[in-house]
Design a protein around this ligand. Sequence first.
Ligand code: GYE
Length: 353
Amino acid sequence: MKTVANLAMVLLLSVALIAGCGSSSAQKDSGDSGSSLESKEAGKLITVGFSQLGAESDWRSANTISMQSAFVPEEGYNLIYKNGQQKQVNQITAIRTFIQQEVDYIVLAPVTESGWDSVLGEARDAGIPVILVDRRVDVADKTLYSCWVGSDFELEGRKMAAWIDSYTKRIGLDASELHIVNIQGTIGSTAQIGRTRGLANAARENGWDLMAEVSGDFTETKGREVMAGLLKRFDNINIVYCENDNEAIGAIDAIEAAGKKVGSNIRKGEIMVVSFDGVNKEALDYAKEGKISCIAECNPLHGPRVRALVDMLVEGETPDKFNYVDERLFSSIPDVTEVKVDGVSYPVQGIDE
Ligand code: GYE
């Protein structure tokens, strides 16, 4: 498992900061890998068609900015960006358009895993390499794409479950006293599949009461709606596992609107919220205030990483097939300072660190 995280491991604690890091001046300072030098000298830009899945979350916006900032004409690239509006059919149309436009490379951030075999086959027939970013595709023939870069979503889920385990033990709760609901991401997306699995397996192994798994589609609106519904169905929820920060913000609204208190003091009747990403400023503020008890980082800054992969392909090199990013856990609760998954220990950092 190769880690590329250290290339850009600065987790950005606000969207503003993310935008700043993605500015073209930052790109200019980032140094030239030399790989696109020839085409640049010849005045020919490398054309990259980027099919982004949507704009559903702050994570996604940060990811789009990172991509747009990495592939700029001054650095030798022409990026054609298409927003799929969370619909696979739009992404398939975008890829077909890229093929017609004869782009040099296609970068795909797929909304869900299944259903890509035909269109990726068309890209291959046209001789256009495909790079996957963030989520993955489930295709029978793995040679339909060159490589992938993104997060280990199941590990994120397992680390969060390990944090829940340590923290609830520390406050003296028995496993059977954990009444958990999972507000899942977009069903069938790699991030949802991994994070859901991480929790579901831990719930089974530990004997937790995982009462419901409902999709909030990674959005704040759905998170609010789903949480309001869950509070009507169950009167004993004490842990809400949100598969991203935007859902958590919506869920917190719904919990407070129902007259309940959000926080880690489960013994005193508070409902504890945990989430994923760590990109959204409001979510980080909530984490500082203790309204979100733990956040598993998911790093969206893949632009320079994808660019490095494109550059390798330009040079005729073969990048590693799967490229993982290192990620951390954040919590303002000092009680748990590290968690262990498969014998590997991961530190839990404070929000301001
Ligand atoms: O966690 C969520 C976004 O696939 C990692 O998608 C990504 C997820 C991210 O909508 O906020």
